[in-house]
Design a protein around this ligand. Structure first.
Ligand SMILES: C[S@@+](CC[C@H](N)C(=O)[O-])C[C@H]1O[C@@H](n2cnc3c(N)ncnc32)[C@H](O)[C@@H]1O
Length: 382
C-alpha cells in the first residue's frame, strides 16, 4: 500500500468509530478483509487512527468537519504534513481536496485541548496550571515501557538481552526495574526476552507505584482488583513470595496463570479472599485519565454519570478491602487517573468513614515522556 492509501483506510475506519464501532474492532475487521495489507500497512493505519482519536476535536476543527476524511486532513495539518501529498486522488489515495477543504482553518482553544467540555473544569481543579500541559501531553503517543523481572534478571541484564534481539532501551528514571523502549518496540512481543519472562510490558508509573509499597518477605499480600495481573506479578517479583489475586470479574484474570508461569511468579487466584492480609492493593477501576494516550476512545466516552458510577465503585472497593486487613496492615489504593475526585477526595472520604486508618505516603504522577499519569496512596490500619 502507498502511504496515501493507508490514510484513506484510516479515514474510513474513523467513520466507523464515529458511528459507534470500537477502533480495535474496526481495525481487526479491516485487516481480516484485506489480506493484501502487510504488517507495516496495518501498523501505520493503526497509528493514524489512534493519532486522530487522541486529537479527535482538534483534528475535526483543523479539517473543517466531523468525517474521517476531514479528521485525517486536520491531523495532517496539525502534524505539519502538506495534505496535498496525501490527497492526490491517484490509485487508492484520498480524492483531491475541494477548494473549500483546501482553505486553512483556525483551531479554537477549547478544541485544541482535545478534552470534552465538561471535563476541562475537572482537569483545572485537579491540576491547576498544569491542566493545559497535561491535556496537551495526552494528545501525543505514550512511551513503551518494560519491567525487568527481578525473579529472572535485573534491568541491565534485561537491556542486554533485548539489545541482542535488536530492541533498544534506556533506563527509565521512574523505577529501578523500568526500561523505555527507544528502538523497535514492535519486536518486543515476539522476542525471546519477553517469551522467557525476562521482561513484562508495564508502564513505568505502575512500576513506581509497586516499588513504593512496603512489601516484606513473609507478608500475606492480596491484589484485590487484579485484572490481567500486572501489579500482582510486579509485587511477586519484588519479594519472591506468593501473591493472592482477586477480581470481581474473575474472567479478567484468565491469562494470569500463563503470565505467572512465564515470569516464574507464585500467583494464587482466589474467588473469596480469606482475611487477615498484611497488604491489600486496590488498583481500582477508574476513568483512566492518566492513560488516555494509550486508550484515547475512553477520553471521549467518559461522561459525568460514568465518572459518578466509578467514584461509587472506588468507595465500595476501599470499604470492602479495609475489612480484609490485619491490624497494622496496609491498604494501598491506586488509580491510573489524574482527577482529584478519584484520588485525594477518595482518600479523604475513606479516612472520614474509617477513623481506624491513618494516611501514609501518596503520590500523583503526571503523564510525560517516562510514563502514564498515576496516583497511589497508602493507608495503614492502626
Ligand atoms: C485498573 S483494573 C486492574 C488492572 C490490574 N491491576 C493490572 O495491573 O493489570 C481494575 C480491575 O478492577 C476490577 N473490579 C471492578 N470492580 C471491582 C470490585 N468491586 N471488586 C474487585 N474488583 C473489581 C475490574 O474487573 C478490573 O479488572
Amino acid at each position: 500500500m502507498t502511504p496515501a492509501a493507508r490514510y484513506q483506510v484510516a479515514a474510513e475506519i474513523l467513520d466507523q468509530v464515529a458511528a459507534g464501532a470500537s477502533a480495535e474492532q474496526a481495525l481487526t475487521r479491516w485487516a481480516r478483509a484485506s489480506r493484501y495489507a502487510g504488517s507495516k500497512d496495518r501498523a501505520a493505519i493503526r497509528d493514524h487512527v489512534f493519532d486522530a482519536l487522541r486529537m479527535w476535536r482538534s483534528a475535526a476543527a483543523a479539517g473543517g468537519g466531523e468525517t474521517g476524511r476531514a479528521r485525517i486532513l486536520g491531523l495532517l495539518r496539525l502534524q505539519g504534513v502538506d495534505p496535498a501529498e496525501v490527497f492526490t486522488g491517484t490509485g487508492y489515495a484520498p480524492p483531491t481536496l475541494t477548494p473549500e477543504e483546501a482553505a486553512p482553518r483556525d483551531v479554537p482553544e477549547a478544541d485544541a485541548r482535545d478534552l470534552p467540555d465538561w471535563l476541562w473544569p475537572v482537569f483545572r481543579d485537579a491540576l491547576g496550571e498544569k491542566a493545559g500541559p497535561v491535556a496537551q501531553s495526552l494528545r501525543s503517543r505514550a512511551p513503551v515501557s518494560l519491567r525487568a523481572n527481578l525473579l529472572k534478571t535485573d534491568r541491565a541484564g534485561a537491556a542486554r538481552a533485548l539489545a541482542a534481539e535488536g530492541i533498544e532501551t534506556r533506563p527509565n528514571p521512574r523505577a529501578e526495574t523500568a526500561l523505555t523502549v527507544t528502538g523497535n518496540p514492535r519486536r518486543v512481543a515476539g522476542s525471546a526476552a519477553y517469551r522467557d519472562g525476562l521482561v513484562e510490558l508495564q508502564d513505568a508509573a505502575s512500576q513506581a507505584a509497586v516499588a513504593a509499597l512496603p512489601l516484606a518477605p513473609g507478608m500475606r499480600v492480596l491484589d484485590y482488583c487484579a485484572g490481567g495481573g500486572g501489579k500482582a506479578l510486579a509485587m511477586a517479583a519484588r519479594t519472591g513470595d506468593a501473591v493472592e489475586a482477586h477480581d470481581a470479574a474473575p474472567e479478567r484474570m484468565r491469562d494470569l496463570p500463563a503470565r505467572a508461569q512465564r515470569a516464574g511468579a507464585d500467583i494464587r487466584p482466589v474467588t473469596r479472599p480469606e482475611p487477615p492480609y498484611d497488604l491489600v492493593l486496590c488498583d481500582a477501576p477508574c476513568s483512566g485519565s492518566g492513560t488516555w494516550r494509550r486508550a484515547p476512545e475512553a477520553k471521549w466516552r467518559l461522561d459525568p454519570q460514568r465518572l459518578e458510577a466509578l467514584l461509587a465503585t472506588q468507595g465500595a472497593i476501599l470499604n470492602a478491602a479495609a475489612a480484609l486487613l490485619a491490624p497494622g496492615g496496609v491498604l494501598a489504593y491506586a488509580t491510573c487517573s489524574v482527577l482529584t475526585p478519584e484520588n485525594d477526595a477518595q482518600i479523604d472520604a475513606f479516612l472520614e468513614r474509617h477513623p481506624d486508618f491513618a494516611a501514609g505516603d501518596k503520590r500523583l504522577m503526571l503523564p510525560d515522556d517516562d510514563g502514564d499519569g498515576f496516583f497511589h496512596a497508602l493507608l495503614t490500619r492502626v
